[in-house]
Design a protein around this ligand. Structure first.
Ligand code: CU
Length: 654
């Protein structure tokens, strides 16, 4: 009589439908290698791409040879050793694909995404649902199935699988379940345009995640991220020659949103597609240093590696790349450990980060020009936030350095002049080694601030030790809105004050009508409250009717998204966005648009021109949202926080 009870439980609690598979110790399983997607799976026969796949169980080591071993379900080509993630299916649009898939797992397998995506002209609100609903292949243990489809929509896609226990109910099975051995059971499907010859040097990066529990406790700590199966600092290191054009595809089958940031270079987004085939209108000619890649989307990006040295491409969310929050579990004595104490190098980061080296062209000489010199001090003040300290960047004014415990909110604004050789001597008066990153600035690698990585392979620059200094050299080639902030920090020093505005001015431009909005967090710990210009409760803004202002927005919170709107009562005003990430937009892309930016991710700056028309009170509304993506979490995500900054507009003067 037990059976009906068990079934009722299974129906009431779909989570238990998830299989735990063989239960073998991962150490007994064949070890999976790492994919680099330099080659695609299958072979062409009579104009048809034929791919033979298997779903297998394997041992996955996202944290390298000494790291923890995870029992993983993976896709592999039949007869070929397994790698994580699974094999790339790559085909030109219009080419038929035949996939034979064998399920060698001990459980029933549900596979989605091996199908055509029609090019869509409307942006569906739920790309994940529209991409995968009604699309499943179900294979019993030991079963083999064949799928035929002809992709028609160019773009970056993926397929994935979930195992289910006997007695599963299709109507109760979610489209995808994250957590556990199925997390690695995903692989790219790349569709080239019919008239396109793929560049063999283009690299494909698949973002995956792993959590050992089906419903992780919290969105902050328990989900860990990988690029092509590995977590920083174990991710692949790429090499380019100075002057190379770099082409990357980034496909995001993970449950969460990632604002992906490139150091040292601007890139163009040439394509941005969703998993259902919809092409997001992109501004390919607009340069940027940070591009949000939401779940179930993919981008193609291009940049010219004009500056030699070691560089970084990473998610800007602290919880996806900081070793303090994205711990890199190791077997043995450091099991489950966080930032190793005393770390000054690459082990200060973990998760979604990729390093690449640009080798210098022959005959390059470093500039020895005289430089305008600023002195910037990192101060620490104890017990500023309850028992926790505050940190701050304070510019030295005159010959006397500030006291070592000097902090200010916000940190000192830095202004440099376009084209002027400048030096910033950063002195660390705090008691912990820290790197400082000049966000969006085109500069030499050794000044870039990624602890243990910036510089070149023969000589990397560690975090600045307590009591020590680093000379940062910058000759900014363009005027614009940038930021500077602590990088590779061991804790939550960013929201404890270590960020500031960084503006490069044109010698001949009037800055009188600039208004700055430095969106950050201020306080201790992972849930520090939102702040604007270092204030939790910002001052009202005073403007004059008929005058055009340049609003410079900078977003540098650890983990939040912001939603910025400019309002007159209930109606949304308009503005003209003229620059992104410090780069002026091409004139043909500058249009009057509603002053409403929903997905203003951390790591982005933009400039907007705004002209208040008449006297009155307007509102700059800044809503802070924490991204939950497609993932369920046991602990609720903090609710949105709304900040309304009054704008008092007075009559024009004559
Ligand atoms: Cu991320």
């Amino acid at each position: 009589m037990l059976r009906p009870v068990v079934l009722a439980l299974l129906v009431a609690c779909p989570a238990v439908l998830r299989s735990q598979s063989t239960g073998k110790d991962p150490g007994q399983l064949a070890r999976a290698g790492y994919e680099d997607y330099r080659a695609a799976a299958g072979r062409m026969e009579d104009g048809v791409l034929r791919v033979r796949l298997e779903a297998r169980e394997a041992a996955w080591r996202p944290w390298g040879d000494s790291g923890r071993v995870i029992r993983a379900h993976v896709f592999a080509e039949a007869g070929v050793a397994a790698k994580v993630p699974g094999p790339m299916i790559r085909v030109r649009a219009g080419t038929p694909v035949v996939v034979t898939l064998r399920n060698t797992l001990a459980d029933t397998l549900v596979v989605r995404g091996l199908r055509d995506r029609r090019p869509r002209t409307e942006g569906p609100p739920l790309p994940f649902r529209t991409a995968f609903e009604g699309d499943s292949l179900v294979l019993a243990p030991g079963a083999t199935a064949e799928v035929r489809f002809t992709p028609t929509a160019p773009g970056g896609y993926y397929y994935y699988g979930n195992t289910v226990a006997p007695g599963w109910d299709r109507s109760l099975q979610p489209l995808r379940r994250w957590g556990g051995p199925d997390d690695a059971l995903t692989a790219p499907l790349v569709v080239d345009a019919p008239d396109e010859t793929p560049d063999p040097r283009e690299r494909v990066f698949l973002i995956t995640q792993w959590a050992d529990s089906l419903v992780p406790e919290s969105y902050r700590e328990t989900v860990r991220f990988q690029i092509n199966g590995r977590s920083w600092p174990h991710t692949e290191r790429l090499t380019y020659a100075q002057g190379d054009t770099v082409r990357w595809r980034v496909i995001n089958p993970s449950a969460l949103f990632h604002p992906m940031h490139l150091h040292g270079f601007y890139f163009a987004v040439d394509q941005w597609n969703r998993a259902d085939g919809f092409q997001v209108p992109t501004a390919g000619r607009r340069a940027r240093v940070t591009q949000p890649v939401p779940p179930a989307t993919a981008i193609r990006m291009t940049f010219v590696a004009h500056e030699p040295g070691n560089w970084l491409y990473h998610c800007h969310l602290m919880r996806h790349m900081s070793s303090a929050m994205q711990d890199s579990p190791h077997d043995g004595p450091n099991a489950g450990g966080h930032t190793p104490s005393g770390a000054t190098g690459v082990d200060l980061m973990a998760g979604l980060a990729l390093g690449f080296t640009v080798t210098p062209a022959p005959g390059r000489v470093a500039s020895s020009a005289a430089r305008r010199t600023l002195r910037l001090h990192i101060g620490k003040r104890e017990r500023a936030f309850g028992d926790e300290p505050a940190y701050g960047f304070v510019l030295q004014d005159g010959p006397v350095p500030p006291a070592p415990d000097s902090v200010r909110f916000p940190s000192s604004p830095i202004y440099l002049t376009r084209g002027e050789p400048s030096a910033i001597v950063v002195r660390n008066n705090a008691d912990v080694a820290l790197g400082v990153h000049w966000h969006g600035l085109e500069l030499e690698s050794r000044s870039d601030g990624v602890a243990g990585w910036s510089g070149n392979p023969a000589r990397t620059v560690p975090a600045i030790p307590p009591g020590d200094s680093l000379v940062v050299r910058i000759t900014p080639p363009r005027a614009g809105t940038f930021m500077y902030h602590v990088h590779s920090e061991p804790g939550h020093q960013l929201s404890q004050g270590l960020y500031g505005q960084f503006t490069v001015v044109d010698p001949d431009r009037d800055a009188e009508h600039d208004r700055f909005f430095l969106l950050g967090s201020l306080g201790a710990g992972a849930d520090a409250p939102p702040a604007v210009n270092g204030l939790l409760d910002p001052e009202p803004l005073e403007l004059r009717a008929g005058t055009t202002y340049r609003f410079r927005f900078m977003h540098i919170t650890p983990d939040d998204n912001r939603w910025v709107t400019l309002r007159d009562g209930d109606s949304t005003l308009t503005w003209r966005v003229v620059a992104h990430d410090g780069a002026d937009s091409p004139p043909e892309l500058v249009t009057t648009t509603p002053a409403d930016l929903r997905l203003f991710a951390t790591g982005i700056t933009f400039d907007a021109l705004f002209t208040p028309e008449k006297p009155g009170t307007l509102t700059l509304r800044i809503v802070t949202e924490r991204d939950r993506g497609l993932q369920q979490f046991a602990r609720p995500i903090p609710p949105p926080h709304t900040m309304n900054i009054p704008i008092r507009v007075t009559a024009a003067t004559r």
